[in-house]
Design a protein around this ligand. Structure first.
Ligand SMILES: Nc1ncnc2c1ncn2[C@@H]1O[C@H](COP(=O)(O)OP(=O)(O)OP(=O)(O)O)[C@@H](O)[C@H]1O
Length: 281
């Protein structure tokens, strides 16, 4: 998906909240949006989610999108499971698959006991779990999370971190705002900052100082095409290679190896303590 020259203001004469925003959201990218209170982060996320339209400029290549808003409107006359099943249906799942996915997500967040509770009677914390689950249940191609971790307990915050990384490893894109600067640090492919109505890329941390992962794998064919994260490859002989990649790309790399035909056998995965032997391009 790509935003080109996007601006947004409320009404015909309102002040511009965002101007001339250009942003590409590639497949399999995890993007963080940061900025001061009231700078326009939620405004940008609503445009990305397709909830609001740009006042000017254009958005092209919209994938199937799910959105977890800052505030969850829990006023629908549905149970938690009923609501999630509906959302799964919206994303193209057949009814039994949607019902199964709904229960799986409630279980994952430890809220299966509330499957049959009406949304209006859920506690704040459980409501937030349902709000997050509705974003995940349909395995969207683009997931937009506006402070989705706020209101979750520590265990659920970790479950959401893992779910985001799984979505990205699976080829989905995730764009998020969160007040915790450590949220998914080391996993983001890019960080953008909203300030004075403009969006700009935050200079990346030098690749060499990012945590890196070393994967040793054995296979019968050369590793498939261009591997995620463009790893540094060393031939270990006997069909084995050692691949060193940024930690942010390691899930996607493992997935590519495991789903190759024939699949690669993963011998070991470890943290690479030293800097890479070669500078990355
Ligand atoms: N419906 C609206 N009508 C008029 N102005 C609005 C509307 N929604 C948001 N704004 C204004 O747009 C600006 C940006 O708001 P936005 O919610 O996008 O900021 P934010 O960076 O997400 O803030 P926060 O970190 O506090 O959530 C603010 O000045 C806000 O008052």
């Amino acid at each position: 998906m790509e935003l080109t020259g996007v601006g947004r203001r409320h009404g015909l004469r309102g002040p511009w909240i965002l101007r001339d925003v250009g942003l590409r959201v590639p497949r399999g990218a995890l993007l963080r949006i940061e900025g001061a209170n009231g700078s326009g982060k939620s405004t940008l996320l609503r445009l990305l989610a397709g909830i609001d339209a740009p006042s000017t400029g254009r958005i092209t290549g919209r994938p199937r999108t799910a959105y977890v808003p800052e505030r969850f409107p829990a006023a629908l006359p549905l149970t938690a499971a009923g609501y999630l099943t509906r959302l799964g249906r919206v994303h193209g799942l057949r009814r039994p698959a949607a019902a199964r996915a709904a229960l799986e997500w409630l279980e994952r967040f430890g809220a299966a006991g509330h499957a049959h509770t009406p949304l209006s009677r859920l506690s704040k914390g459980t409501s937030q779990k349902v709000a997050v689950a509705q974003g995940l249940v349909g395995r969207p191609e683009l997931l937009v999370l506006d402070e989705a971790w706020t209101g979750l307990d520590a265990a659920s915050r970790e479950i959401l971190d893992r779910a985001v990384r799984e979505r990205v490893a699976d080829g989905g894109s995730v764009v998020f705002v969160d007040h915790d600067p450590r949220r998914l640090a080391g996993h983001c492919h890019a960080v953008h900052r909203v300030a004075e109505g403009r969006l700009s890329a935050v200079p990346a941390v030098p690749a060499a100082s990012l945590p890196r992962v070393r994967v040793e794998a054995v296979g019968t064919a050369p590793p498939p095409g261009r591997l995620p994260g463009d790893p540094l490859a060393e031939d270990l002989g006997g069909g084995a290679v050692r691949l060193t990649v940024a930690a942010a790309d390691s899930d996607a790399l493992l997935r590519a190896l495991l789903t190759a035909r024939p699949p690669w056998h993963i011998r070991s995965v470890s943290a690479a303590a030293d800097a890479p032997e070669e500078p990355r391009p």
